[in-house]
Design a protein around this ligand. Structure first.
Ligand code: NI
Length: 164
């Protein structure tokens, strides 16, 4: 029997954190000028690239995996090469205001789904070969941790604190 990764964080906390991320990001970067978003240590992403990654990840990875786990019986999810995507992505909506607007829109769409899940849905399972097998609740916890990690990454790049 495969070990199934489980979450011990309650659903209300997960949802609250997901829902607050756009405001926290806006508070962190909203007053910056465009140039300040481009600074990056050697080989690392700039704040602009991290913001674009958060936006793209939302609809290319997070919500696709959410939808597939809800609709399919134990789906095998496709790994995502985020570095290759970040290097090659379409950049015409990488302005600061557009990034924040897009993140907000994408996140609202995701949260609207997650808020309406019946309790049984949180126990549905999926496998991503690089990670293993997990419940949907574990996946949403991973999603929340991804938000927090990237908020901390941007804060460190800018020398600022992560907003509440
Ligand atoms: Ni990431």
């Amino acid at each position: 029997m495969t070990n199934i990764l489980q979450s011990s964080t309650d659903v209300a906390t997960l949802l609250d954190t997901l829902a607050r991320t756009p405001d926290r990001l806006a508070a962190l970067v909203g007053t910056l000028d465009e140039g300040a978003l481009n600074a990056a240590p050697d080989g690392e992403w700039s704040a602009r690239t991290v913001l674009a990654h958060i936006r793209d990840d939302e609809f290319l990875v997070m919500r696709v995996r959410l939808a597939r786990t809800l609709a399919e019986e134990h789906p095998v999810l496709t790994p995502f090469d985020e570095r290759a995507w970040a290097d090659a992505r379409w950049r015409d909506r990488d302005g600061l205001a557009q990034l924040i607007e897009d993140i907000r829109l994408q996140r609202e769409a995701s949260v609207a789904i997650v808020r309406r899940l019946p309790p049984a849905a949180w126990h549905r399972v999926a496998t991503q070969p690089e990670i293993g097998t997990f419940t949907l609740q574990w996946w949403v916890e991973h999603w929340v941790e991804h938000d927090v990690n990237h908020l901390e990454q941007i804060a460190a790049l800018l020398g600022r604190a992560v907003p509440d």
